[in-house]
Each structure stands twice: as C-alpha cells, then as structure tokens.
Design a protein around this ligand. Sequence first.
Ligand code: HEM
Length: 508
Amino acid sequence: MFFNIVHHNIILTKMLNSLLWPDAHPCLCLFAALVMCILVFSICQFVKMLLFPHQESMSQIPPGSQGLPLIGETLQFMAAINCAKGFYDFVRIRRLRYGNCFKTNIFGQTHVFVSSMESAKAILNNESGKFSKRYIKSIAELVGDQSLLCASHQHHKLIRSRLINLFSTNSLSFFIQQFDQLIVESLHTWENKGTVIVLDHALKITFRAMCKILMSIEDGQELEMLQQDITHVCEAMLAFPLRFPWTRFYKGLKARKRIMSKLEMIMAERRRCSHPNNKQDFLQQLMTGNDDKACSEQVSKLTDSEIKDNILTMIIAGQDTTASAITWMVKYLGENQDVLDRLSAEQFHIAHKTSKRPFVTLEDLNEMPYASKVVKESLRLASIVPWFPRLSLDECEIEGFKIMKGWNINVDAKSIHCDPILYEKPNTFNPSRFDDESRPYSFLAFGMGGRTCLGMNMGRAMMLVFLHRLVTSYKWKVVDSDSSIEKWALFSRLRTGCPIHVTPITPD
Ligand code: HEM
C-alpha cells in the first residue's frame, strides 16, 4: 500500500515535470515528487478530518508518534532491525517514553503495542472474536497463504485441528529418541574441537531433527540445500518486498519455489510407491489423513497446498526458535555457576539411572524438575518471540484506550517477562523463581489461547535433551560474553552465536 502510493505519485510527478520543465535536473524532479507525495497525503488527512471529525479523538487513542507523513516510523524500525540491540529496542524505547500502551506507524499502518497481563488475556484468548492473527502480506507470500500463520479464523481452525494430531504423546516419545540420537552423535564431534559456536550446532541439530520428523529427509547434501533455501526464506521475511533479482525478498521467493517443488516431488514419489505407509513422519500422516479421530469426526483432509505450506511453516517455526533458545540457555548457564552446579547434580543422577539405556525417554524428561525450570527461565529472559501480532477486527477498548478497526495490535510479551512487579529482579537468571506456579498470562514464551505454539512440548523436549547431554558430557566456558542481537534475524538470536570452550568430562 505504502509503496503503491509513493510509486504512483512519482510517476504522476514525472509526467507533470516533463510537461512543465522538460529540461529539469533529475534531483529536482525527485524533490518535486517528494513534495507532491507529502502534499497529497496532507490533503487526504485534512479531508478525512473534515469528513470524520470524531473518528480519532486524540484524548482516547493511545499515545505515541505517527512519525513522518506516509512513512511513519518505518525508518526507525528498520534501523532497529539493523542494530546490535535488536529490533525489540524500537518497542522498548517507546514503551519507556509512552507507557504500557502506545501506538506507532510502520509500513503505512498503525501498530499498537500493549504490555499488561490483562490486555494479553483479552487479545490472546480472543473470547470477543475481535482479533485475528496478522502477518504482513510479504510474509504470507513466503510461507504461503494456506499456512497456519496466515489463514483466516475458520480456515485456521480447520488446519490446526488436523495438525494438532501430529503432536500426540506417542509422537513426542518417538521424536525424543530420534532427537537424543542426533544430539549424542553431534556432541561426540565436539571432543577435539576446543571452541564451538553453540548457535551453529544448535541450528544444524534442530534442522536435522525437524526434517527427519516432518519428512524423513536425512541425506547430508539434501539437508544442506534445503537449509540454504530455508535461510533465504527467513531472511526475506523482514526485508522490503521488492522483486528485483538482487533483493533478499526475491531470493526468498525463489527459495520458497524450490522448497515447494521438492515437497511436490516427495509427495508424488510416495503416491507412486506401493508401501507409502512405512514412513512414520508428519508428511505421511497428513497425506493419508489416517488417524482415527479425523476419520470418525469426518474432518476433511488437507489439500496438497495446505500440506506443503504447513510443512514449510513448521520447519521455520520449529528450527530457529528452538536453536536460539538453546543458545541463550547455554550462555545463561555458563554465566551462572551456582545454577549450573545444581543442575549438574540433578542431571548426573538421571544419567546414572538411565545408563543402561541408549536414549532418554519422555518419562526421564518428566523427572527433571530443576532442568525444566532452567528451560522456562531461559525462555522468559530471552523472549525469543518478543511480541505477537494481531489485527483488530472491530473498534474496541484496551487499557482504557480506543483501538480502531483495522489497526495492528501487538502483545509485547518481552515487557511482561521483564516486569519487576511480576518477576523480582527480572534481569537476573534465577530458575528457582518458578518454584511457585506462574500467574496466568505472566509467562508467554509459547503464546496463549487459540494460537498457542503447536510445537511447545517438542521445543521444550529438545531443550531438555540438549541440556541433559551437554551437562553430563562437557564442562564449558563462554568465550565471548557479548549479548548483542543478530541483525535481520526473525527471532531474538545472539550475534556471536555464543562461542564456548568445551572440555570433555571424563568418567571417574
Ligand atoms: C523453544 C522453541 C519455541 C518457541 C519459543 C516457540 C514460540 C512460539 C510462539 C510464541 C508462538 C505463538 C505466536 C503468536 O501467538 O502469535 C508459536 C506458534 C507456533 N509454533 Fe512455536 N515455538 C517454539 C517451537 C516450535 C516447534 C518445535 C514447532 C514445531 C513444529 C513450533 C510450531 C509452531 C506453530 C505451527 C505455531 C503457529 C500456531 C498457530 O498459529 O496456531 N514451534 N510458537
């Protein structure tokens, strides 16, 4: 929309310029185009104010700056994405300036940020039906319009009801064994390395795990090509949606096309094969739709496009988030020796109990109360997904402010996680703070309500298995304690990737 307005005005101005000043300098033309844009925008705003004088009564709408005409605060937002403090800094600064509820304008659209438990409950629970999930159009193009992330309310319900069957306890137990095997193999390669970058390894392991459980892809070369394409898609998600061959967005679209072709090939191959059911992966289950619940309730099977878009969605949603969370957790533990000592005691106890079995089980993970708190505290402090975007479908009131229909409203989970009223000394890494039950809507690492993370148990399990194997196999020291955030990353990722120096623990 924003790009369209500017584009049309520039063309119009160029035409006028060539008629009025055929020999004018191009810079002058550009300047004239800009002045024209601002003029047209101001006239539109003025006419809107005359026609709808009560629509935005200043006393009721949330505080905040709408920035420059047309572009709003887009430039400041882009600057934050490209800065070491990370894109959340854009929100943090404005929250300090304006309070718990403020508004801004990014990419020509109004965005409101809210950060109280009450508003999180109202928006994420969505009992009023006044909010739907909203991702920008360019993201929908990359993950596909049949993706769970972009589907409309009813469509989302249907897709989610089919996907949720994949995340059963049985499937989790099976996944934990597969994941443990991958971790054991991977950590084995650290023995002679000395220094390792945690994020690089975590991304590789979580990617292999996701590809195995989703589509049974295990071949090294195939995985590498797929990983490159997924990286292109993720990088394109925050980019300007410009379609020139050298832009991130264009490269992301191309990569998506290759991933879709790959999935089509796998699906065609399985349909040709005489025993397709010998694969236990998610793709096969979605293709056959053979779970009893779906058959008995006559739930329709997903179409091929829905399957492909959602397999891609699950890789993106599951890999980067979990790898980033693992990396932060290793950093926090490396910097808090007392926590690590207590955790080691618990984990060596479990290791002793499970020494006769090759892999840990779901039951073993359920006997790790302190490790579970370490995972939870890492997720709170890192807030991998810092805010959750929604669209206001109707005019409503939040925190005493008027929210207009069509506005984007974002639940700022990170600021809830760092609220000193909810969490004493919020910047301290203290897993024992979770000895007591958390207050409802105070812990939002996996979201809440109808859009809660589907892979929540899977993500937690990966973090626990990683923790168990790392703590019982290696001692480590964080080499670079820099906490800068990676630029252009979709989720909160450490820029250094957390380099650690590892020493194998030799059994006594
Ligand atoms: C530590 C790891 C993870 C974290 C921190 C995380 C976080 C989140 C959050 C906060 C949301 C909700 C966003 C919102 O309400 O707008 C979400 C949604 C989702 N997550 Fe995760 N996630 C993790 C791992 C996974 C894994 C392993 C999968 C597995 C496939 C997964 C699949 C999904 C899907 C499909 C959704 C969309 C659900 C829907 O819209 O109905 N996530 N995740």
